[in-house]
Design a binder for this molecule. Structure first.
Ligand code: F6P
Length: 387
């Protein structure tokens, strides 16, 4: 019997496409809230990782304003993101897309006919704009507010991956956010510089740092920069105690002191220092450094000055730690989309980057635990918390 020989089939060489390549053709990237060093590095990593999968990329200008207020952008509210546009930006502060903390689509400030301002939910409009521009997925880089918006978009059926950003480090479910290390490093350098002038004039220097309702920046820079007192929102302070600590130092022959104050710190039984509140944006904190300096001068009789580091903490080149973390987060966000994930945030869980539901990440703020070892270390070193 003749043997039937089947024709030799040549193996079909499939192009190395990713699983979700059939569905994702274009992604958008948005940066929202206050800027933080490392944003550009996230953008670069996300863009290159997407382009390498054959996906096109656009950036939305100023949070979601590029989609909500197209008339304000004659050159277009969307920026095409190519290899050229993300070249050489890893080390640059700021964000090439622009950002805003006034454009929350869930609570958009809107003027009524009588001139008063109110908040309106415009998220459906944004989702519609995504469809109109054939955007298949979104990488939303931002803090608690931006990730809450991202979560709302995910619930409305958009494919969304969140990337946690804030110098404040107050986002839950990630060990650290990019921007924090740069802010702490700069604040520490400032404390080093202030030591010599404080010592030369035998003064008390009070240094106010950002951080909103969490004391991470104040605590970490204060301990690293050898502060004598650190006042954080998590430990309401008694100014008399801080005065006593300064006077005790004088008795030991140390007639100068450095006090670091988080902008959200508050005296026992008192309130936070708020500069202004405005519809559609978070309250602005500030002024506590000046208050603490005045009070300490009155209590100790020592010449006292205050310095507000403010937005300087948000500027400049990201540290290598923040650059690497940002690049890892950007690439991981694209991998998540490629794996078909949505509604999750990339998070650092050393030694790896993992994904946590946005729902969980935005549930609560990460404040400094009072029993954490950095607080214990500070207490062991004799640093006063005003309690
Ligand atoms: O959340 C980042 C942050 O820099 C806070 O530390 C600070 O309270 C706030 O933003 C300041 O925001 P703005 O840019 O509106 O001054």
């Amino acid at each position: 019997m003749p043997v039937k020989v089947s024709p030799v089939r040549k193996p079909v060489k499939k192009p190395p496409v990713s699983r979700s390549d059939a569905r994702i053709k274009q992604i958008a990237i948005s940066t929202g809230g206050g800027d933080a060093p490392g944003l550009n590095a996230v953008i670069r990593a996300a863009v290159l990782s997407a382009l390498n999968r054959g996906w096109a990329c656009v950036g939305i200008r100023d949070g979601y304003n590029g989609l909500m207020l197209p008339e304000q952008y004659p050159a277009g509210g969307l920026i095409p993101l190519t290899r050229e546009s993300v070249r050489g930006i890893t080390h640059l502060g700021g964000t090439l897309l622009g950002t805003t903390n006034k454009g929350n689509p869930l609570r958009y400030p809107t003027q009524l006919k009588d001139g008063t301002l109110t908040e309106r939910d415009r998220s459906d409009e944004v989702v519609g704009a995504f469809r109109k521009h054939k955007i298949d997925a979104l990488i939303a880089i931002g803090g608690d507010g931006s990730l809450e918006i991202a979560n709302a978009f995910a619930r409305k059926g958009l494919r969304v991956i969140g990337v946690p950003k804030t110098i404040d480090n107050d986002l839950d479910k990630t060990v650290i956010t990019f921007g924090f290390d740069t802010a702490v490093s700069f604040a520490t350098e400032c404390l080093d510089r202030l030591h010599s002038t404080a010592q030369a004039h035998r003064r008390v220097m009070v240094v106010e740092v950002m951080g909103r309702y969490a004391g991470w920046i104040a605590l970490n820079s204060g301990v690293s920069g050898s502060a004598d007192a650190i006042l954080i929102p998590e430990i309401p302070y008694d100014i008399e105690r801080v005065g006593e600590a300064i006077e005790a130092r004088v008795r030991r022959g140390r007639d100068f002191s450095i006090v670091v104050v988080a902008e959200g710190a508050q005296p026992k039984g008192g309130t936070r220092s708020v500069v202004e509140t405005e519809i559609g944006r978070a309250e602005r904190l500030g002024g506590i450094g000046e208050k603490v300096a005045k009070d300490l001068q009155a209590i100790t009789g020592k010449d006292t000055r205050h310095v507000v580091l403010g937005h300087l903490l948000r500027g400049g080149t990201p540290t290598s730690f923040d650059r690497l973390l940002s690049l890892r987060f950007g690439a991981a966000a694209v991998r998540a989309l490629d794996e078909g994930q949505s509604g999750v945030m990339v998070a650092l869980d050393p030694p790896t980057v993992r994904y946590v539901p946005l729902e969980q990440a935005t549930r609560r703020m990460k404040i400094v635990p009072l029993d954490c070892d950095t607080i214990l270390t500070a207490r062991d070193l004799g640093i006063c918390f005003g309690d």
